[in-house]
Design a protein around this ligand. Structure first.
Ligand SMILES: Cc1cc2nc3c(=O)[nH]c(=O)nc-3n(C[C@H](O)[C@H](O)[C@H](O)COP(=O)(O)OP(=O)(O)OC[C@H]3O[C@@H](n4cnc5c(N)ncnc54)[C@H](O)[C@@H]3O)c2cc1C
Length: 438
């Protein structure tokens, strides 16, 4: 175990900072247990952080900050098709290791820099499939509770803990290992095409039903949409047709990062030019089709730093919520350079998952890190609330325990598990006090 004092913690977007009193790098579960017992005895708090990719202050440590040290796969069970990994393993390392083993996760979000524990704890999700969220792909977990107990949970062993701790917000314990259901490695084909707003929204339900994963981006102040479809191909791995290196560099490095970064700076400096910039940007993107192993299709590199709020609304009301969001934005006079991202998720059975008990449509709103997000997010949050929206736990929002409880039928159930697992609130921080209560 190494220990330091006086070090500032900042999240990826730079929006949240904290100055924990102690920083500890525990090398095994015994050291995590010792830290929990110490915090409990001292009446202080403890927070295991991931890579700080949450936009909200969910990971902000108060007193002691634990950092993930152990990483990698611990066990592969090919009969059960499960893989157990250290909870602090970055997703990109798990993906690379799974690829070497000829295995893959079912689905994931659009980056791979997060830790597994951080990603599942906030309900990180992709789009479509039979499990959009990473937490819904879990078969088991191990955590150190607020009383220092080491608990293993699955659908058959402590199922109440399993239902709560898969999206546990870091409030129930320190996750030490996670067991994911995996699949034989497959080839995913990506097809991306620009479309008119009316066509894309008119066809969205049909396309979502026909394709395995659909991701849609609307460019504010325009009628243009980029629609991405990912479908499984029934071909061997060596038949995949990835983008040529020059095209991948041009699209992902130049257009998505460098050009987009420069465009954001221009839009920040001259907001009235944003509609024109968005029209040009949306037309600069051409159609493209390629195929590759899943993690290289699902994830991209994001080097333009931004701030994000994302809400899950009931699937059936989703496109109405999107249309209202557009109308509210256009009526507001605000200028927004970042596309609005639209994804779908099947219902899951996790107490505080944003898709808990209902099929969902996710609407994600972004601004460049140097732009002010307050007025835009407040306006969109109003529309999302009107549609019974649930905010992503790892993204910016202003909701509190009092108004989140009615949005989650299993909220009280989660709080009861919290009372049992962390009676002294060893894992509390200001964000958790706001969204869960004291
Ligand atoms: C560029 C970018 C793209 C993103 N794309 C997506 C996306 O496509 N889909 C999506 O849903 N989200 C997305 N996110 C959000 C991101 O996936 C989540 O915020 C995720 O939680 C970040 O993981 P992390 O390792 O950085 O965790 P952190 O932000 O460091 O921590 C998150 C929470 O996990 C807890 N935690 C961490 N480790 C442990 C542990 N071992 N035990 C218990 N609790 C723990 C922390 O205490 C905290 O409560 C994106 C974020 C960024 C910055």
């Amino acid at each position: 175990m190494t220990e330091r004092t006086s070090w500032a913690w900042t999240n990826w977007s730079g929006l949240e900072t904290a100055r924990p009193r102690r920083i500890v790098d525990p090398v095994d579960t015994t050291e995590v247990v010792a830290e929990v017992e110490r915090a409990r005895a001292d009446g202080t708090t403890l927070k295991m952080v991931g890579t700080g990719h949450s936009f909200s202050a969910i990971a902000a440590p108060e007193h002691t900050m634990l950092r993930p040290v152990r990483r990698g796969i611990i066990e592969v069970d090919r009969a059960a098709m499960t893989v157990t990994a250290h909870a602090g393993t970055p997703l990109l390392e798990l993906n690379a290791e799974l690829e070497r083993l000829g295995l893959s996760l079912h689905n994931m979000g659009d980056i791979d820099r997060q830790t597994l524990a951080g990603a599942v704890s906030t309900g990180t999700h992709g789009s479509g499939g039979h499990a959009a969220g990473l937490a819904a792909q879990l078969a088991g977990l191990e955590l150190v509770t607020g009383t220092g107990e080491v608990l293993r949970a699955s659908a058959t062993h402590h199922p109440d803990v399993f239902d709560a701790a898969r999206v546990g917000l870091g409030a129930l314990g320190v996750l030490t290992t996670l067991t994911f259901r995996v699949e034989p490695l497959f080839v995913l084909e990506a097809h991306e095409e620009p479309m008119a707003w009316d066509t894309a929204l008119g066809d969205f339900d049909r396309i979502s039903a026909e394709s395995h994963h659909v991701d849609m981006y609307w460019f504010p102040h325009t009628d243009r949409v980029l629609l991405k479809r990912n479908d499984r191909l029934d071909v061997d791995l060596d038949e995949a047709e990835p983008l040529p290196r020059w095209r991948a560099t041009l699209d992902d490095d130049l257009l998505s990062n460098r050009f987009f970064g420069a465009v954001c700076v221009l839009g920040n400096a001259v907001p009235r030019a944003v509609p024109l910039i968005n029209r040009v940007s949306s037309r600069a993107l051409g159609a493209r089709t390629y195929s590759d192993v899943p993690h290289r299709v699902f994830t991209t590199e994001r080097r333009v730093v931004f701030r994000e709020m994302e809400y899950a609304v009931p699937r059936a009301a989703g496109l109405s919520a999107l249309r209202e969001a557009r109308a509210a934005l256009e009526a507001s006079g605000l200028r927004v350079g970042f596309p609005v991202e639209v994804r779908t998720a099947p219902a899951d059975d996790i107490a505080l998952s944003t898709a808990s008990g209902r099929d969902s449509l996710y609407l994600a709103f972004h601004v460049h890190r140097d732009a002010d997000h307050h007025a835009y997010f407040a306006l969109m949050e109003q529309v999302m609330r009107a549609h019974d929206g649930r905010p992503h736990w790892g993204k910016v929002h202003t909701r509190t325990a009092a108004d989140l409880a009615p949005a989650y039928p299993r909220f009280e159930e989660f709080l009861a598990v919290r009372d049992r697992l962390d009676p002294d609130r060893v894992f509390a921080n200001p964000y958790l006090r706001r969204v869960l209560g004291d």
